[in-house]
Design a protein around this ligand. Structure first.
Ligand SMILES: NC(=O)c1ccc[n+]([C@@H]2O[C@H](COP(=O)([O-])OP(=O)(O)OC[C@H]3O[C@@H](n4cnc5c(N)ncnc54)[C@H](O)[C@@H]3O)[C@@H](O)[C@H]2O)c1
Length: 404
């Protein structure tokens, strides 16, 4: 298939592009490299030494003999160029990773809130309009998040895949309707993903676009079969308080002798997926798109759920690291249950990779190898959800190697 990967220089997009290319798809990456600029703004680098995009592509050609093209384009601001790219390329599938994706970053400041909305909402809307303008019938797979459902709305009832059947009392009796699951975003970032959902529903209904929204869990792991053969292909590894994802952060903290930073009681339950399954799920999604005229297909892209304090305990037992409970910078329930349906991916052939010591060891080894690149002052999360909320600042000096 001809596949256009939007955001293909990022943590999920790069290994997905390599995987799709390795599987024989004709891949073009589109990215404005804004994530690399945010590294500059936050004065932090990926733990792993990621190479410039040109070097990544040349290395992939050397290693695999396969070519991937690259277009440097801002989806949120360069609409006319985007239409031309789609017209010229005539992709059969488009994968949309290209959004600002960190909840803490989205809550960091007035500017980061406004940037996240401007970037994400305009990028998605421009893409949908451009797809209509350019014609053709590419299937679109977008990366949404489990966070659109919120945490705790349904208690211990399983979270369905996108839609709920509700019963409505009418004068003529009860009728059943399928509705989009109520949105319950927990940050500005999550709010943009809930807005994306409405845009997808409209453009699927109005213009017949074929759209799959993948409500992905928290991604962990770093390497895939395609990133391993050459260090220049290595994936990014975010460890800082804004972009680092929880399990990778715990494993990195353990590797450098830093306490595992648990926010609040650690009773929050979250859904997870390994990066190797992310890349497989994307291929499954683009090769099994919905029919034209269907409502967007929603797939929960998760393989397991864990309570954060259980994960911290597991990593602590494995490595001997201490656990530090810090004030929770987020406004969220202290404890929640989370049972998630993922029947559709299982039915389409996903064989889930679940948490195992071997895979955790792999992340720990990556962290050990590059631990000299860690800036300890960037580890603690400093973004808070509301002005005046308690932060970890007072505790920071008590944690070795960290500074206010
Ligand atoms: N990483 C996770 O744990 C996770 C979990 C659930 C969902 N997701 C979703 O998956 C997608 C990818 O996440 P990621 O972790 O790879 O993020 P990332 O920040 O590493 O990658 C996103 C890429 O998109 C690019 N981009 C952003 N805005 C753009 C624009 N306007 N025009 C062109 N390119 C742009 C960035 O430069 C970056 O390379 C995101 O939409 C995210 O919400 C990620």
């Amino acid at each position: 298939m001809r596949v256009l990967v939007l955001g293909g220089d990022g943590f999920c997009g790069w290994p997905t592009s390599l995987y799709l290319s390795d599987r024989g798809h004709d891949v073009t990456i589109l990215d404005n490299l804004s994530r690399r600029n945010i590294d500059n703004e936050l004065e932090v680098q990926s733990l792993t030494p990621i190479r410039p995009i040109g070097e990544r592509l040349r290395t992939w050609r050397e290693v695999s003999g396969r070519e991937m093209r690259f277009v440097n384009l801002n989806l949120a601001t360069e609409f006319d160029r985007l239409v031309r790219v789609i017209e010229e390329l005539q992709p059969e599938a488009i994968v949309h990773f290209a959004e600002q994706r960190a909840a803490p970053y989205s809550m960091r400041s007035v500017n980061s809130k406004r940037y996240t909305v401007d970037n994400n909402v305009r990028a998605t809307h421009n893409l949908l309009v451009a797809m209509v303008e350019a014609g053709g019938t590419p299937a679109l797979a977008h990366l949404g998040t489990m966070g659109v459902y919120g945490y705790g709305w349904t208690g211990s009832a399983p979270i369905p895949e996108g839609y709920l059947t509700v019963k409505i009392e009418t004068p003529d009796g009860e009728v059943a309707r399928e509705i989009l699951h109520p949105a319950n975003p927990g940050s500005v970032y999550h709010m943009t993903k809930t807005l994306d959902q409405l845009m997808f529903a409209f453009y699927a209904k109005n213009d017949g676009l074929r759209i799959t929204d993948l409500h992905q869990g928290i991604v962990w792991g770093t390497q895939t079969d395609q990133t391993v053969p050459d260090e220049r292909l290595i994936n990014r590894f975010d460890y800082d308080g804004d972009y680092g994802t929880v399990l990778n952060r715990f494993l990195m903290q353990a590797a450098i002798g830093h306490p595992l930073t648990v926010h609040g009681s650690g009773g929050q339950t979250r859904a997870f997926i390994h990066i190797r399954d992310t890349v497989r799920c994307i291929e499954i999604a683009i090769t099994n798109p919905p029919q034209m005229g269907s409502q967007p297909m929603v797939l929960n892209q998760v393989t397991e759920s864990h309570r954060l304090r259980d994960l911290a305990k597991m990593v602590s037992e494995m490595t001997g690291a201490e656990i530090a409970n810090l004030p929770n910078p987020r406004r969220e329930a202290d404890e929640n249950d989370l049972v998630v349906r993922n029947d559709q991916f299982l039915a389409l052939g996903l064989n889930p990779t679940t948490l195992s010591q071997g895979l955790m060891d792999e992340v720990t080894q990556v962290a050990m190898r590059y631990k000299d690149r860690v800036d300890p002052s960037k580890i603690i999360a400093r973004s808070v959800w509301r002005k005046g909320m308690e932060t970890s600042e007072d505790l920071i000096t008590e944690i070795p190697g960290t500074q206010k």
